[in-house]
Design a protein around this ligand. Structure first.
Ligand code: ZN
Length: 406
């Protein structure tokens, strides 16, 4: 599979973002690179890859007009994810049965395992369906590394990916506050590059101590070229995944099949489609079958699914209104139109369906049993989209969850 030439490389090539790269290169050449940066932009657009590129630029012995030279010792180490002063942190699953210092050690072990996986398989999609966060233990690890002397570079460089997950699920702000202290008084010449697709969820004090830089979506044709030429994906598959990518190569990669398995996002997209179709079906039992197919715990994992449900609802409204060109899931246009006709969808009712998704999202955040959340969602979608078919129950506007609990 590996089609790269030259020294061993553990990172897929960085594509696009020419404007952002130029701004960073010029600032670095002038010695004006901010000590703490926040790269923000859509999920999967390449923010952490860009942060690694910037770290490589900082350690490079001979940066040129295109950025790091790619050939010097520090560049090779950075590209192999083996530079001793570049520390890449990202959200992890909480290790079981550990707290305090032991938690910090376990998190560091988990991070090294993950880095080893990236080295072994740089092209794997980075979307994960696990519940992950940046725990206080990881910030403690950053702090102890920041206090040590750098091995080669002028100072350590810390990349903190998905920094919005610094506030762990227990709503404790400990991890975020601990990082804030480091940003306020960075030890020595430490640099911080934070990335976030939801900068609004960061503590405002963290936002105010970092210089924001927006990383925009890439043009879809560039994503397609990256898939074909960078990853060796067949041209029709590359075109299909690029169309669904919204300009994010990471998102496109997560649609690609993984051996015989569907890509993680493609599997979510299909699950979301079946959810909407079940709500449109004549037989209400279809919805319950789908709902009981979900595990009885882990409702927060549903939140990504709901984003796809909203996309399908949006497409349903577009198809019902005859606005085929704005349908996002173009590969399903014919099937959408069939469902629109069969269920006599009125586009004016779709906003009601969005409210149903919003209600389900709130329940999922509250960690209600996913089967109950899903059966409630499908029932509410049905009431919104097919008011005439909800029958005699009369209570369809109530979230079904409450009824099931009683
Ligand atoms: Zn170099």
């Amino acid at each position: 599979m590996a089609a790269f030439e030259g020294p061993p490389v553990s990172l897929h090539p960085l594509i696009g973002h020419d404007g952002v790269r130029k701004a960073l290169r010029v600032a670095h050449a002038r010695g004006e690179l901010p000590g703490s940066l926040l790269l923000h932009g859509p999920r999967g657009v390449g923010k952490q890859r860009l942060a690694l590129w910037l770290a490589q630029l900082v350690v490079c012995d001979a940066p040129g007009p295109d950025g790091p030279c790619q050939r010097c010792g520090p560049c090779r180490m950075a590209l192999a994810l083996e530079h001793p002063d570049i520390h890449w942190y990202f959200p992890l699953e909480r290790p079981k049965g550990a707290s305090g210092e032991k938690l910090a050690d376990k998190l560091e072990e988990a991070r090294h395992r993950e880095l080893a996986e990236v080295r072994a398989q740089p092209k794997r999609p980075s979307f994960s369906d696990q519940i992950r966060a940046l725990y206080l233990g990881s910030v403690a690890n950053i702090r102890s590394k920041a206090a040590k002397r750098p091995s080669m570079a002028d100072g350590p460089i810390f990349i903190v990916g998905q920094a919005e997950l610094l506030v762990p699920q227990e709503a404790s702000q400990e991890a975020a506050n601990a990082l804030l202290k480091l940003l306020e008084e960075p030890p020595g010449d430490a640099r911080f590059i934070l990335t976030s697709s939801e900068p609004g969820m960061l503590l405002s004090t963290i936002r105010s101590r970092t210089v924001p830089l927006h990383v925009p979506p890439l043009p879809v044709p560039l994503v397609e070229t990256f898939l074909e030429e960078g990853l060796g994906v067949a041209s029709d598959t590359a075109g299909w995944a690029a169309t669904l990518s919204q300009g994010s190569p990471g998102r496109a990669m997560a649609f690609l099949p993984d051996g015989d398995d569907l890509g993680p996002l493609e599997s979510l997209r299909r699950q979301a489609f079946h959810t909407v179709v079940a709500a449109l079906a004549d037989d209400a039992a279809a919805g319950f079958e789908i709902a009981v197919g979900f595990p009885p715990a882990g409702a927060r994992k549903l939140i990504d699914l709901f984003t796809f449900v909203e996309e399908w609802l949006r497409d349903l409204a577009a198809a019902a209104a005859g606005a085929d060109v704005v349908v996002f899931n173009q590969d399903a246009l014919a099937r959408l139109k069939k469902h629109v006709d069969r269920a006599s969808i009125d586009p004016a009712r779709v906003p009601m369906a969005f409210l149903a998704v919003e209600r389900a999202r709130e329940l999922a955040r509250g960690n209600v049993n996913p089967q109950l959340v899903m059966s409630g969602l499908i029932r509410d979608l049905r009431a919104a989209l097919r008011p005439a078919s909800t029958g005699a129950s009369g209570s369809a506007s109530q979230p079904a969850v409450e009824g099931v609990r009683g």
